[in-house]
Design a protein around this ligand. Sequence first.
Ligand code: ASP
Length: 291
Amino acid sequence: MPDDVVEDHRCGVRNALRAGWEVLASGGTALKAVEEAVVLMEDDETFDAGRGSFLTADGRVQLDAMIMDGATMRAGGVGCVERIRNPIRAARLILSESPHVYFVGEGAEDFVAGLGMRLIENSELVIDRERERLAVAQARAAAGERDLTFAGPGHDTVGAVALDASGHLAAATSTGGTLNKTPGRVGDASLIGCGCYADDQSGAVSCTGWGEPIMKLVLGKWAADRLTTGALPDLAAREAIGYLNSRLDGHGGMILLDSKGRYGIAHNTPRMAWGVRTGIGEQVGIEITRS
Ligand code: ASP
């Protein structure tokens, strides 16, 4: 995360925390809280989610998102959608209105449009900053540079985990994926157990980072499962990022919450924006590397 966008990230996280907290403080569910927190960040062009996302190699926005309810283990996910402003709302509709978990591309768009969601033009999601980033990434690729993802603007997926007054957990993750990705590529963010997972009996988790290694390790579920054998979320999150690093040389970050409200935040990237809100107060951070 370049220096000049640190404050925007801090601000975006703070706004998302408030939106989620408002739901919880008025007795709403964890599921609703994570949805509202993620919508705020999808609407904020700072992040790689919704409008302002990284572009595919052919200059489009393709979005992935998942939401999961730890109480019922119902989940909804979308992959490669191009005409939905808030993919987390689409994922939420799938969770409640379909017996299926995952919809992709036009099928996802048709499904939610059938339930009344307005579809938009893909161009409404594309901004100039991302056209420029894509041009730079493609110029570097043409010059033979390999690790575009790390050399470029990094990762900016958004996610939230929450615990409500009834003791239920939920998680949500939303992304535009990686810069210059091949059209049709799906990342970890929307894949159940990879970048998003919630089960009251283990934990709620959301990941960001280089999606392919995270997927191969099914990292979200890997971390949540450790909570069932007594690990605290702080340790489990750090171990998960350590595992990502040591096993596949991956990079990324994770937020992890258990049903007692204990949480872990870990990343092996130089920075990750995160925030925590509890009944006691609010904390927002960017640079503390806790992996
Ligand atoms: N994890 C996301 C993906 O690979 C990217 C990110 O976190 O920015 O699609």
